[in-house]
Design a protein around this ligand. Structure first.
Ligand code: VGL
Ligand code: ZN
Length: 198
């Protein structure tokens, strides 16, 4: 069985100067570049929203970024417009070494559903296809790194652990948003799901 590195959303919009900048987000780049060569299987994810995506505050008149709304699949944070398909903000950070990547998986493409997790959309039932890819290669262990610790890394790690993967999150190569205590909640949720925090 083998071990894959999953690099979550290291995109310009999540780095300083981006539309949804994660504090110190670009600090993950050298940390990831230093470890990426150690894995035989490397997957990069990209948040990849159509313009007017339902997770954008601008799609909900009278709402502001970081408001909460109820979507058919549950509560949803409204975000600034970010990672619009094909935009510079959606591109990987220039300094990220993408050369060793075996697969790039794009998520959040359905205009009506957000997708934090690399495995399932936020309805928790629509798969992205990543699990099938990993199973097909005999992968049973995952190391996750990237942005943001408390959103896409968290939901990816918890979903993967629930699906039976042996999951570790390498925190020195992650940075979080920390919205209303979301960082502490994310760490305890990941621990509770059996994710190793390193
Ligand atoms: C993310 C908020 C909205 C993430 C993506 O990559 O953590 N966060 N879209
Ligand atoms: Zn997004």
């Amino acid at each position: 069985m083998s071990h894959a590195l999953i690099v979550i959303d290291v995109q310009n919009d999540f780095c300083p100067g981006g539309a949804l900048a994660v504090p110190d987000g670009d600090a993950v780049v050298p940390a990831i570049n230093a470890m990426i060569g150690d894995f035989r299987i490397v997957v990069l994810t990209q948040d990849w929203h159509p313009a007017g995506h339902s997770s954008f505050a601008t799609s909900h008149p009278g709402r502001a970024p970081y408001d909460m709304i109820d979507m058919p699949y549950g509560p949803q944070v409204l975000w600034p417009d970010h990672c619009v398909q094909g935009s510079d903000g959606a591109a990987f950070h220039d300094a990220l070494d993408t050369t060793p990547a075996n697969l790039v998986i794009r998520k959040g493409c359905n205009p009506a559903i957000d997708s934090y997790s690399a495995l399932f959309e936020n309805d928790h039932t629509t798969p992205t296809g990543l699990e099938g890819y990993l199973r097909g290669l005999g992968v049973d262990r995952l190391t996750l790194v990237g942005l943001a610790t408390d959103f896409c890394v968290r939901y990816s790690a918890v979903d993967a652990a629930r699906r039976g993967f042996d999951v570790a999150v390498h925190l020195p190569a992650c940075r979080g948003i920390d919205l209303n205590g979301s960082m502490a909640e994310a760490l305890s949720d990941m621990r509770g799901a059996g994710v190793a925090l390193r």
